[in-house]
Design a protein around this ligand. Structure first.
Ligand code: X2X
Length: 360
């Protein structure tokens, strides 16, 4: 009993010392407004292209705010215990300060974001850029602000490609009865059911074990995930079909953002723009001719380890299938009912904006 009360007493003294010390060495009035650490969530590891973007953002924020703002990335959704679809709520509530997140992982909270997951709808970089920089992108940012998120910049996970351990996928029937791991977002389940596959939704944190153990036959992700995760260890076949786009958005808790002084806002915004440009170039490297490789070389003095993803997969022994126009048409036709079903769910206005943006 006595020992316990001494321990409690010493604990109290400790706390008092920390408090007194904290007060006596307090920072200048301006600096005390900032947290010691701003927590950033993202669903993947630092080695993923998306992870490299988050790391870059944290570095640039530190640099551009002269160390006043310290963003710490928490990779692999550790702050969410792997529940990747919860990032927008957690940032909106201010439990997490900011994020570099996939639109897929916010799509259950912000339905408009499902426009990117429409199968065989946005099928190339040009269309994607038109949508992000156009009326659709603007409208999505407005939706984010409504729920308490301040969007800063578009990054990119990439166009998602399908891999599997069974056979080359060239037509919808090739997916028949194939067990495919998908993100826990309903449009993915609809799409793969439409192709006759057997989709299984699973958080990314559980997915790699499922590939290892052969619990699923296939999965779909962009090269920026497939290369670092060494997908060729599990799957021999990859089909490049650009069936849907997966942008990232760098965003901040809005209330916290609004309270930042203007110079801090400006510095963080610049960091987001620069990190997003870098990350997008990495995600597109070798998939858009020399364009992104040159951006990396000239603006960021960065040389890609894998400058040609398709060649890389071939060298790793994978069978790479690149769908021809008629093959893509067959998939697009097969997926039509999914797009139709989802128009009211994303909102007719968003859908119309996307169609108009792409036609521009
Ligand atoms: O779960 C996935 O497949 C991933 C890593 O791409 C996302 O977080 C959307």
């Amino acid at each position: 009993m006595k020992a316990l009360s001494i321990r409690i007493l010493s604990l109290l003294v400790g706390v008092a010392v920390v408090l007194a010390f904290g007060v006596s060495t307090s920072f200048s009035a301006e600096e005390t407004k900032f947290k010691e650490e701003y927590k950033l969530t993202l669903n993947v590891a630092p080695s993923f292209y998306w992870g490299m973007g988050a790391t870059k953002f944290a570095e640039l924020v530190k640099e551009k705010t002269n160390g006043k703002i310290n963003v710490k990335p928490y990779y692999n959704s550790t702050l969410l215990k792997g529940a990747q679809l919860q990032s927008p709520q957690m940032v909106a509530k201010g439990i997490i300060d900011c994020a570099v997140e996939s639109t897929i992982n916010s799509s259950t909270v912000i339905p408009a974001m499902n426009i990117f997951s429409f199968p065989f709808f946005i099928n190339n970089f040009e269309n994607l850029d038109k949508i992000e920089n156009g009326e659709t992108g603007k409208a999505i940012f407005v939706e984010m602000e409504k729920i308490g998120l301040k969007p800063l910049a578009w990054g990119e996970n990439g166009f998602r490609q399908i891999t599997n351990s069974k056979r080359p996928i060239e037509k919808p029937e090739d997916l028949k009865d194939m067990r495919v791991r998908v993100v826990g977002s309903p449009i993915f389940i609809d799409t793969f059911r439409q192709f006759g596959a057997d989709p299984v939704n699973m958080n990314w944190g559980d997915a790699v074990t499922a590939f290892q153990q052969g619990v699923v036959d296939g999965q779909e992700n962009p090269v920026g995930v497939l290369i670092p995760v060494q997908i060729y260890q599990y799957h021999k076949y990859v089909t490049f079909w650009n069936y849907l786009a997966d942008p990232l958005i760098i965003y901040w808790n809005k209330e916290q953002w609004d309270a930042f002084p203007d110079d801090i806002k400006k510095a963080i915004q610049e960091a987001a723009n620069e990190a997003a440009r870098y990350e997008k170039a990495i995600a597109r490297a070798g998939l858009d001719g020399d364009k992104s490789l040159n951006i990396l070389k000239n603006e960021f003095k960065y040389t890609m380890e894998v400058p040609d993803p398709i060649k890389f997969f071939q060298e790793k022994g994978m069978t790479v299938t690149i769908l021809s126009e008629p093959q893509l048409k067959a998939f697009a036709e097969s997926a039509k009912p999914v797009r139709e079903k989802w128009v009211p769910q994303v909102g007719k206005d968003i859908y119309d904006k996307a169609v108009a943006d792409m036609a521009r």
